[in-house]
Design a protein around this ligand. Sequence first.
Ligand code: F0G
Length: 448
Amino acid sequence: MVAYKSKVVERIHLPSRARRERALEEAGYNVFNLASEEVFIDLLTDSGTGAMSDAQWAALVRGDESYAGSRSFDELEAAVEAVMGFSNVVPTHQGRGAENVLYGSLLSDGDVVLNNTHFDTTRAHVANQGAEPVDCPVESAHDPTADEPFKGNFSLESAWAVVDDVGAERVPVVIQTVTNNSAAGQPVSVENTRDVAAFADEIDATFVIDACRFAENAAFVARREAEFADTEIDHIAREQLGYADALVMSGKKDGLVNAGGFVATDDDALFEQCKQRAILYEGFPTYGGMAGRDVAAMAAGLREAVEEAYVTDRIEQVRRLATMLEDAGVPIYTPAGGHAVYLDAGTALSHLPPEAFPGQAMVCALYQEGGVRGVELGSFAFPDTDRPELVRLAIPRRTYHTEHVEHVVETAVAVLEESESIPGLELVSEPEMPEIRHFTAELEPLSS
Ligand code: F0G
């Protein structure tokens, strides 16, 4: 059941094929270098790219820009308490600002941090404190065809193996990322969250939930975890998040805003530490890194994110794209995650070895064919790791309609039909840090 109609529109257009080919060449075969005007359907990310509701736009106008004691901050505090169950909030400019504030307060040199899978910025912030990020995904996480309901779960077996190896005193922080973005946006069960909370308690670690996509995760729990079959989304979200000692949040995802984030905790001592660090890096603690109007819009967005109609519309659109692609024979990671469909480029472009970057070749082909911009998450983005060659098509929230989705499917089908003639790529230039090379590196097609 469709839950929205349009009130404001933005003109888009598909540049000619000749223009797209030239743009791609000028971008060094890296779609991060494309101007947005060159892109028809932009599925690069679901982060900060969604549409706000009329209620959020109204909140924006009412935003209180006071440096201290902003009324908009009171609205955010009330929303975080009502939706997520935490009473202390430190606003930040976005999710990575929250990571800096929280992990800078909790970590020091030589620590080890466990996470179902660290998102790039999480990994970087943990490392930036001199700590070592260790991923503990379940075995099926990187299997594109395993038919399991919670492939985003945290593996306690792997976590215990690390603790047995390094000692519990070196692991002060345990993180669970819901949904698990770096494992194809797969959900995490509440049962797994309970078990991880108990584990963190046992080793005396602070249990943090990266709550970016907490509402989408709750929607999967309602559909797949028997205990919650008759439970409302907002109850599930509060219960799952309630097991954590602290949250890091990017408001650009399930806060339904274009910018913003926060740390939330019930631990008063940790709250004090985070506030002091936020003053240093973000801003006074009643606005953090945000304008008052954005704080007000995020307060409204958090409440909308757990509305049944919103979240159903959201995950159903992603599921529909996945089903249409599957029906058309396009290989994808299954089951589909919450914010994106991940194409299995290793299978689609099986003539290309990992060193010819099949995922990036597919990203380029999707843009050339239909002006669709996705992002590679394979051997180009994660050098020297053994991951499937995936291409993420992330769906901005409340932004695209069925016609757009149909265009994406037609484009992917056309790419698949000509897949054997798609050339691999080689690197021409890359920055110093391999972890972030995919944002700026330049490539060119291999001559066959
Ligand atoms: N944690 C997770 C799980 C994320 O997916 C992101 C961002 C962040 C933290 C950082 O938040 O961007 O507000 O600073 N993910 C985006 C993406 C960028 O495209 O998946 P941020």
